[in-house]
Design a protein around this ligand. Structure first.
Ligand SMILES: Nc1ncnc2c1ncn2[C@@H]1O[C@H](COP(=O)(O)OP(=O)(O)O)[C@@H](O)[C@H]1O
Ligand SMILES: [Mg+2]
Length: 534
């Protein structure tokens, strides 16, 4: 990747002044004129004192568990050329830039250091509780088919210059320095578009504050991540802020200008709020969904074992889209991409070809076939809404085969606890057998998490030891589900999807849901007729 050009602190001080962020400059804790320290050369921007190299600009972030300000002296010791702080640190021998809030300052500094790569790309942000990753994959497939080289930043992988690299564990929306570095790499690799899965965490923590978004997409907003945001309103507010950000792109001249556009799921109960926020920001609004009022509307949806087909009506008339993905909700994800293609002025036929070309999103509605007489599906559903969507989608298929549903899932530790009984109830109402197990217990008592989920299932009439099993060990839980499966049943393994680990009190244990399921089916002798007892 090309090295950013030489940058000295006066450039950043000017930027902070223009943004109204600069609260002063200090040396050893004493006020000093910006000009006096302005010419200090910088070699990088980081928020982790362990990553500091000679010349780094260290940004002190007050975190949940530790405060970056405590590491200011260590950063300077390690060679930091300067520090960005919310309060001056006494006695350190490097320039200090004092700002109101270091999180947005970090985002701005990272964008500055990498030369504002988002100004050279068409940037598409996707937010929502469910469907971001899938929509991002569909968008890449469609845009590339229409001739736009597209990078992607998201949960499963990062795509730069046509290469998609899976990453094991990493936040869906990375910290600003990593995000800006990736955007710069996309520009260098010749990408025209950056598709960014933009989570409510990423928004609330200002990670994307230095990004000029051209298009914002809302998939849906349901109950999730209340551990971080505290309330439902705060959670929705974080997502809304992506749409408010659309106002910023008007101050930027891009090589391929796009009218700021908000693409909103009209079927979502919160759609009106998102539309209002986008309009206030001066963006054009395009709605999609099944409602008659939607600009991009699915009028007929058919599904079979191979995928989905939907008639889509737009102002240009009605066409048909084909998807190889399973799950009716994927029609919504595809409609958002049809709207995106329209907003970018792409050839609609090429967009449809691209949508039809995507075979699979890893860990999303993945079918596992090992010759067993029942169905097995691995899916990443980990919210009440997505769990109910997926179970409702699978139920008719199981019934048509003369079987029922078995749901294996858990709920993460140290995350939203209110969803636990909700997920238990949702599964209890839909599955003939509920197996509750570990998701990522982290430092929490795993049995207690299982118990909270189980109570929801009990409220739906399930009984422990009969049609409700609590088995913390995920491999044993899946084995028990397979043992209990009858021909025609569908076993849903939900919540882990593509993830490569389970996080417990002792850290991460390697995990691969697909591989584990295949191994268990293998040892059970699936595929050998007569060895699996119904
Ligand atoms: N549009 C949608 N509406 C509701 N549920 C969805 C939608 N798209 C996907 N899902 C469900 O949510 C799960 C996660 O999908 P994913 O695309 O990974 O979303 P995200 O990146 O937002 O977590 C999928 O496995 C599926 O069960
Ligand atoms: Mg995702």
């Amino acid at each position: 990747m090309t090295q950013p050009t030489r940058r000295t602190l006066d450039g950043l001080l000017a930027r902070f002044t223009a943004e109204g962020r600069l609260g002063g400059t200090r040396l050893g804790g004493r006020p000093v004129a910006a000009a006096d320290i302005g010419r200090t050369e910088v070699t990088g921007v980081t928020l982790d004192s362990r990553d500091v190299e000679r010349g780094s600009l260290f940004v002190a972030i007050p975190g949940e568990h530790v405060d970056g300000h405590d590491f200011g002296p260590a950063a300077v010791e390690a060679g930091a050329a300067g520090v960005i702080v919310e309060r001056p640190l006494p006695g350190i021998a490097a320039p200090q830039i004092v700002v109101d809030a270091t999180r947005p300052a970090l985002a701005s500094a990272a964008a500055w250091w990498y030369g504002d790569p988002s100004h050279e790309l068409t940037v598409v942000g996707i937010t929502g509780t469910d469907g971001k990753t899938t929509t991002a994959y569909l968008a890449v497939a469609a845009l590339e088919a229409a001739g736009l080289p597209s990078g992607m930043i998201g949960t499963i992988a990062t795509r730069i210059g046509g290469h998609t690299d899976a990453h094991a564990a990493h936040a869906t929306t990375p910290e600003a320095p990593e995000l800006q570095r990736t955007l710069r790499a996309m520009v260098d690799a010749g990408d025209r578009v950056a598709i960014i899965e933009t989570t409510s965490h990423g928004l609330a923590l200002d990670r994307v504050a230095g990004v000029a978004y051209d298009v914002a997409i809302l998939t849906n907003v349901t109950h999730e991540h209340l551990e971080l945001h505290g309330t439902w309103e705060a959670y929705r507010e974080a997502k809304l802020s992506l749409f408010d950000r659309l106002r910023e792109v008007r101050r930027v001249t891009k090589p391929h200008p796009v009218h700021a556009t908000a693409i909103v799921n009209l079927d979502d109960p919160s759609a009106g709020l998102f539309i209002g926020t986008a309009r206030d920001a001066g963006a054009r609004v395009v709605t999609y969904g099944t409602e008659a009022a939607a600009d991009i509307r699915a009028t007929r949806i058919a599904e079979d074992g191979q995928g989905l087909r939907a008639d889509v009506t737009t102002t240009h008339g009605t066409t048909t889209i084909d998807l190889r993905l399973a799950g009716r909700f994927n029609v919504h994800n595809a409609l958002a991409v049809v709207a995106l293609g329209d907003a970018l002025g792409l050839d609609a036929e090429k967009v449809r070809e691209g949508l039809a070309s995507l075979e699979l999103v890893p860990g999303r509605m993945e079918r596992i076939e090992h010759g067993q007489p029942f169905g097995v599906v691995v899916d990443f559903a980990h919210s009440p809404a997505s769990l109910s969507t997926v179970l409702d989608f699978l139920a008719p298929a199981a019934a048509a085969r003369g079987g029922g549903l078995i749901a294996v899932f858990g709920s993460a530790g140290e995350r939203d606890t209110a969803k636990r009984p909700q997920m238990g109830r949702i599964a209890g109402e839909r599955a003939r057998l509920v197996v509750v197990t570990d998701e990522d217990p982290r430092g929490e008592d795993r049995e207690a998490i299982l118990d909270e989920i189980a109570r929801g299932a009990e409220a739906a009439g399930r009984r422990r030891g009969h049609d409700l099993l609590l088995i913390a060990d995920r491999r044993e839980a899946i084995a028990a589900a397979f043992e209990a499966a009858r021909p025609g049943d569908i076993v849903l393994l939900a919540g882990k999807g593509h993830e490569q680990s389970i996080i417990g009190p002792d850290g991460e244990q390697p995990w691969d849901e697909r591989a584990v399921a295949e191994e268990l089916l293998e040892t059970m002798g699936a595929g050998t007729p007569g060895t699996l007892t119904p």
